[in-house]
Ligand binder design. Structure first.
Ligand code: SF4
Ligand code: SF4
Length: 473
């Protein structure tokens, strides 16, 4: 069965035409209350994104995701492979957070916080408005032949896009390999680090491709979060929605006529001006209902509110609302479900922050050397041999490190160095012997508690097993 003309949105994407080619979107320049708020949020987030790798807390980069060297800093806390459990818990919390947040608040994240939207709509799109003008001018420029004006405008746009992509690539690299190294590379001749320069240019090319050409396709095709919307949203989720009850009424939408009383004529409040469609950066018509392409950017709210004001009708024909709000004609309220879910989100974040603060700065492991049994010393004591590892996650060297037995009366002998140093953000490892006199042997396999000391200060405790002969039981 063929899809009716006005139902095409159900089985097609707004940015792909019937021949399967890309349908370029020329969104009208947004303006209005929400756009102003979004601008301020974007200034804050851009400042954060660009400065986070250059901020240091106790000598640690504020945010670092060095995948190659397996070094991660989150809010100035260095994470080691030994903190993998925290990483897994953060991931689980992240998934629960995203799920609950989306169930309640829809795609608010996409419109207000997602770096893709922030860079696309608040940086690159604004450069485009500056170099090529608003929607009408962009369409005209696209259609016109390659003359001096078109070359000038396009070259200006492409150059600014390239410079910003290059800047973003540098910051991206600072998140990956650390800002100190990026600054060192930037201040030294490029010939000294050709491979990094090539990586930088590849990143620049990717960012340029995404923001100059791929654009809204990231949200529509590539982003997994966008794909999840269909299963996460329900009738109570708050989304950018068209109030079809009010917009269509009994006789449907209709063009505006001066002095017509739409309340008595039965016509809906939508005057079919299509501004909400023209302003949409993903090329959809919000009047067709919630669609996976919608990134909740609020541009259509602003545009429709402005039109409603001009024609003397109440604002809010497109607004933040749930399907239930629209069907029951109720106003948006922070209901019990939202309060409950928000409380759960708050608890999850608190748990994660608590775990990060309670995490040990020093970690020690002492493991019996595989395949080795106990030995009897000349004095008759029983000795076991171990390998040890002490990890220092702080930014200071730890000096004069030694071990003491806390649970038993015995001795620990570190091979080659009684006192050793654990370098900052590094580790020390080696071999040690633990000797217990026969009076301490209560079983053939015992658990020992060992303290790790820096001078007289206990910095960590750990446990290990000790093997002895059965005859001492
Ligand atoms: S902007 Fe408002 S009035 Fe105009 S077409 Fe969209 S919903 Fe209808
Ligand atoms: S439908 Fe409205 S909120 Fe959704 S992407 Fe388009 S303009 Fe933004």
């Amino acid at each position: 069965m063929e899809t009716p003309e006005n139902e095409h949105f159900r089985d097609s994407i707004g940015t792909i035409n019937e021949q399967g080619n890309r349908s370029w979107v020329y969104p009208k320049k947004p303006s209005g209350k929400f756009y102003e708020y979004r601008k301020w949020v974007s200034y804050f987030l851009l400042a954060f994104l660009f400065s986070a790798p250059f901020i240091k807390i106790n000598g640690n980069q504020f945010l670092l995701f060095n995948v190659l060297e397996r070094r991660f800093n989150i809010f100035g806390f260095p994470f080691w492979p030994q903190d993998f459990h925290l990483f897994v818990i953060s991931m689980v919390i992240g998934v629960v957070f995203v799920t609950l947040f989306t169930v309640v608040f829809g795609r608010i994240f996409c419109g207000w916080i997602c770096p893709q939207t922030i860079f696309m709509e608040m940086v690159f799109r604004r450069i485009e408005y500056w170099t090529e003008g608003d929607r009408g001018k962009q369409i005209r420029l696209d259609k016109q032949k390659w003359n001096g004006e078109k070359w000038r405008k396009r070259l200006l746009k492409w150059s600014v896009f390239f410079i910003i992509s290059f800047l973003i690539a540098n910051v991206f690299l600072a998140y990956l390999i650390g800002s100190d190294r990026v600054i060192a590379y930037v201040t030294s001749p490029p010939t000294e680090h050709i491979s990094t320069l090539i990586s930088l240019l590849i990143f620049t090319g990717v960012f340029y491709f995404v923001f100059a050409w791929f654009r809204e396709q990231v949200c529509i095709i590539a982003c997994p979060y966008g794909r999840l919307q269909g299963v996460l949203l329900d009738n109570q989720s708050v989304v950018v929605a068209y109030d079809y009850k009010r917009g269509e009424k009994e006789k449907g939408r209709a063009k505006f006529k001066k002095n017509e009383d739409r309340a008595t004529s039965g016509k809906g409040d939508c005057i079919d001006c299509k501004l909400c469609v023209h302003v949409c950066p993903t090329g959809i018509d919000i009047r067709n209902g919630t669609q996976l392409e919608c990134v909740n950017c609020t541009a259509c709210i602003d545009e429709c509110d402005d039109m409603m004001e001009k024609v003397g009708l109440p604002k809010g024909l497109i607004r933040y609302a749930s399907i239930n709000n629209i069907e029951k004609k109720s106003k948006f309220r922070f209901n019990a479900r939202m309060k409950g879910y928000t409380a759960v989100l708050g608890i999850l974040i608190s748990v994660l922050i608590g775990m990060m603060f309670l995490r040990n700065d020093v970690e020690a492991t002492i493991l019996r050397l595989p395949g080795q049994l106990y030995q009897k010393t000349e004095s008759g004591a029983i000795s076991n041999v171990y390998t040890y590892k002490v990890i220092n996650k702080t930014t200071e060297n730890i000096e004069g490190v030694t071990y003491k037995l806390l649970s038993h009366d015995g001795t620990i002998r570190v091979v080659s160095n009684e006192l050793f140093q654990v370098p900052r953000q590094g580790l020390a490892e080696g071999t040690l012997f633990i000797e217990l006199p026969t009076k301490e042997l209560r079983d053939d396999k015992m658990k020992l508690k060992i303290g790790v000391y820096s001078g007289d200060k206990l910095i960590e405790t750990t446990t290990t097993n000790f093997l002895g002969p059965r005859s001492y039981r």
